[in-house]
Write a protein of this length. Structure first.
Length: 155
């Protein structure tokens, strides 16, 4: 993972929410490691017509039941079931327009079809050094499993 993206992700969170996502001490590589091992989920995608996930920390990889390679090859829209994709798109548009949203909740699905309800998520626009929008990120620490597995993610 490019540490520039991690810096943009962390700087953007601080910009929009006026607080740090993680402790910002040490080198950028140390901060990147701290983010990857954080006890909450962090994921992101870059700007694109059909964005592909470009970052997920260990909690995200575990929750979506994917390796780094699988996760970073997955279109972001596939983290939600087809029925929930319209609502997910609406929420991303709100975050894009406002810069961030907090206290979001929605149903997501893992690679193997396990459904879970994300609670109290924060979404924010990832900005580059000049303030240009480069993508979006989300973090959350609460989720609730929802019954038996459904249809697994298919590309």
């Amino acid at each position: 993972m490019d540490v520039t993206w991690i810096r943009w992700l962390l700087d953007s969170y601080a910009f929009w929410l006026n607080q740090e996502l993680i402790e910002r001490t040490g080198t950028l590589e140390e901060q990147s490691e701290r983010l990857f091992l954080a006890p909450f989920v962090v994921l992101s995608h870059a700007r694109a017509e059909d964005p592909i996930l470009n970052y997920g920390n260990q909690q995200a990889l575990d929750l979506w039941e994917m390796s780094w390679q699988e996760f970073t090859a997955t279109p972001s829209r596939l983290t939600a079931e087809p029925l929930n994709r319209t609502e997910r798109a609406r929420m991303l548009e709100q975050a894009a327009a406002r810069g961030f949203i907090t206290d979001y909740q929605g149903v997501r699905i893992s690679r193997t079809g396990r459904r879970f309800l994300v609670k109290q998520a924060t979404l924010w626009n990832v900005l580059d050094d000049r303030g240009g929008k480069q993508g979006q990120a989300a973090c959350f620490a609460r989720w609730i499993p929802l019954g038996p597995p459904n249809t697994p993610i298919t590309r």
